[in-house]
Design a protein around this ligand. Structure first.
Ligand code: HAM
Length: 429
């Protein structure tokens, strides 16, 4: 036997036991986004490295130390996408889709970041990414937040809280940055190694530090909110009013700065109450400058992305999804019966396309087949046997109730299955 090949650390298989939750999340999301007028877009998993450097920022953790970058056979530097916004903006520009037009777009797929894997943090992870391009807001910001709130409701996920902040304009952020650097420099001896590294490149990220020893220093730091320009201040006030009007609760967190450089004004994050460090399930904000920065017509935009693995974990914890099981398990008894069972079952599948039918494949004695039927979870077994076929009938045996075995003529099979299952065939989740 050859040596086993290991999976890559931080890259997960999604196995059939979990796939129901994934599919449920995907179909709820797809339906809801359609109801809000969002259209799906699919962009490549790989882009020129330059795109992410320019969009996300050289000094961010993502670009600085987490990208999967390689040189392809043609000598180009390419990168597996660490997020979807940059690629979507690139697609809008490349396809000439801006020019005063507006777009509501969403995208589902895997992203790649070379982070230290732990529960809820992976190197390949999936996002549902949602972008509204062409609106200044704050109405569109509010609607996007309402959309996400409605999704949690539909999925039955509770206990998420919304954190909200405004980053103002690039200018107000620059002023703030200067003051913040002054402040931290004055207390440099209290900075941990991570924060000292960030002081030069990305001092706002120091505010995100999870290190408990850093918290008193962070609490004393100047607040971005005090540096906001008048227009951003008004934009933020209106957004809060709109959210209040819709009854959406939020918490203003003046230290919420986000890890990607393209944001301005509105930023938000939905976080779980759970104590783990990986508590953001959905985050985003406004990026009015990005499109022009990447060479497109200046166009305002706002969006967010949610982490599918993190939501699936909440979904699985919140409620048990209906197990996947066949409606009918077909037990085969005898030589002639094998071929006849396959034929009969295909006929049944023609007549009842919604029915889940599992035929015993690969033989096995009667007892073993019944054990499999029982294990499958099916509520009903059909017995197709040489004896029964000789009499022109099939036997039906309920597996989860005390009602006894019965028989039906071959031509009445579909109707008899309906009756035994309590027609119509049960819906599947
Ligand atoms: P982000 O905050 O980097 O934003 O990621 C969005 C979400 O993806 C996070 O809230 C989290 O749920 C999930 N996520 C991020 N990293 C990981 C990881 N290593 N493992 C598992 N889940 C993860 C963005 O990516 C922006 N592009 C969002 C956006 C769209 N802003 C505007 N438009």
């Amino acid at each position: 036997m050859g040596e086993q090949i290991q999976a890559i650390r931080g890259m997960n298989d999604v196995l059939p036991a979990e796939i129901g939750a994934w599919q449920h999340l995907e179909s709820c999301t797809r339906e809801l986004l359609g109801q809000y007028g969002y259209e799906e877009i699919r962009v490549p998993l790989v882009e020129h490295t330059e795109l992410f450097k320019r969009a996300i920022g050289e000094h961010t953790d993502v670009v600085g130390k987490e990208m999967y970058t390689f040189t392809d056979r043609g000598g180009d530097s390419l990168t597996l996408r660490p997020e979807a916004t940059a690629g979507i903006v690139r697609a809008l520009i490349s396809n000439g889709m801006l020019r005063g037009q507006r777009h509501k777009l969403w995208c589902l797929g895997p992203m790649f970041r070379h982070e230290a894997p732990q529960a809820g943090r992976y190197r390949q992870f999936w996002q549902v990414d949602v972008e509204a391009v062409g609106w200044h807001g704050p109405d569109v910001d509010a609607e996007l937040i309402a959309l996400s709130a409605r999704l949690w409701q539909r999925l039955g996920i509770s206990g998420l809280t919304l954190q909200l902040n405004s980053l103002g304009t690039p200018e107000s952020r620059r002023d703030y940055r200067t003051r913040l650097v002054e402040y931290f420099k004055a207390h440099e001896s209290q900075l941990d190694a991570d924060s000292q590294r960030r002081l030069g490149g990305n001092p706002l990220r120091i505010l995100d530090s999870k290190n408990p020893e850093m918290q008193p220093l962070i609490r004393g730091a100047p607040l971005l909110t005090d540096f906001l320009d008048d227009e951003s201040r008004a934009h933020f006030a209106q957004l809060r009013q709109l959210l209040d009007g819709m009854g959406i609760a939020y918490e203003v967190n003046p230290r919420l700065v986000r890890g990607l450089d393209y944001y301005n004004r509105t930023v938000f994050e939905w976080i779980t109450q759970s104590t783990g460090a990986q508590n953001a399930v959905c985050s985003g904000g406004r990026y009015d400058g990005l499109i022009a920065q990447l060479g497109g017509e200046p166009t305002p935009a706002v969006g967010f992305a949610m982490g599918v693995e993190r939501l699936v974990a909440l979904l699985l914890a919140a409620r048990s999804l209906p197990p996947r099981r066949p409606d009918v398990y077909v037990v085969v008894n005898g030589e002639r019966a094998g071929a006849e069972a396959l034929r009969l079952v295909e006929q049944l599948r023609d007549q009842r396309p919604g029915l889940r039918v599992e035929v015993n494949l690969g033989g096995g004695n009667f007892k073993a087949q019944f054990r499999r039927a029982d294990k499958s979870g099916a509520p009903l077994a059909l017995i197709v046997g040489d004896d029964e076929l000789a009499r022109g009938v099939v036997a039906l045996k309920p597996l989860r109730s005390d009602s006894g075995q019965s028989e039906c003529g071959l031509a009445q099979l579909a109707a008899a299955v309906d009756a035994a299952l309590g027609a119509p065939a049960p819906a599947h989740g």
